[in-house]
Ligand binder design. Sequence first.
Ligand code: PLP
Length: 394
Amino acid sequence: MKINSNFNNVETSYLFSTIAKKIDAFLQENPDKKVIRLGIGDVTRPLCPAVISALHSAVDDMSTKNGFHGYGPEQGYPFIKNEVQKYYQNRNVDLEIDEIFISDGAKSDAGNILDLFDKDNVVLIPDPVYPVYRDTNIMDGRKIVYMNANESNSFLPMPDSNIKADLIYLCSPNNPTGATYNKEQLKAWVDYALANDALILFDAAYEAFIVDDCPHSIYEIENAKKCAVEICSLSKTAGFTGTRCGYTIVPFDIQFDGHSLNKMWLRRQTTKFNGVSYVVQKGAAAVFSPEGQKQIKENLDYYKQNAKIISDAMDQMNIWYTGGKNSPYIWFKCPKNMYSWDFFDLLLTKACVVGTPGAGFGKNGDNFFRLTAFGNKEDTIEAVNRIKALISSL
Ligand code: PLP
């Protein structure tokens, strides 16, 4: 019996376990200290009332003979696909109902979509990166070419005509950097993909945080429906990290080797996935209702306010950073160009604040640090005051 030996090439992820161990060790020695965690990538605010009431009523449906739902369509119920279609229509993006696939979240689909592609394809991935793009391709044994995201391109790498890639990962607004592509920049990527017969996998998990005039969807760019799959999630938009629901758009126009990617994805999903539960899809559909939209905006505004508290502090300290505006993440340069794990230790031991060292997301993150806006407001203000005091003392 042979195992998939590509797993030998996936590095054990030490990032969050190392952080947890360091916090534990610190608290054992300093049990009275109040540690503020601005490292988490998970949301903290509860589901909004419109979602809760839809979930309750869907549970009640399941208790009646007429309302009971067994196996559903693997690609999602029409009632939620219609809502997603309208959501895109509001941004002048026309989607066919069967281009929309309801999923249990962006992480699974980002990995599962790779079933459709040959292992010989070359994959273009930014560094630093959301590790799922990298690790899922290493598990398949694909060749990865990294594109440099750094201070000189404001962590928004652009296409290089000397590189020939088949699959391109773009995440905007980005995790971990919060950097967000504008329309011209995304158009350059679409042009590159079309010229190279490549496919863009566009991760829009943070689109709901956009306030500037940047595209929320890659399909706001002309011809993107010929070369891009979009993966999105209600995790950060509506607090669904534990409830699990997202959607992936696979346009009819994408053809490779005479094969429709949409048909292949439908075949894949109906074979390997049983769909999201009826109850969760009902809750998720309520996110798109007028009251749901109003209520999730209140939560998003709360996080955005935290992001502003952090980014205002960076401005006051004259620290170089990306994100904070169209994103819950603030990605800043470590003071005195410190290595990010050294800054992590300093911040924990001297200010009792936890963030995420950029080194955990790739080589280009070595001297950068990520803070998140998902905490509560009072803690965020307190953490920022502590960070300011620490940095001014260096
Ligand atoms: N994509 C990005 C860029 C993320 O940062 C995350 C979660 O942190 C996800 C996808 C995962 O989303 P989901 O909870 O829908 O799997």
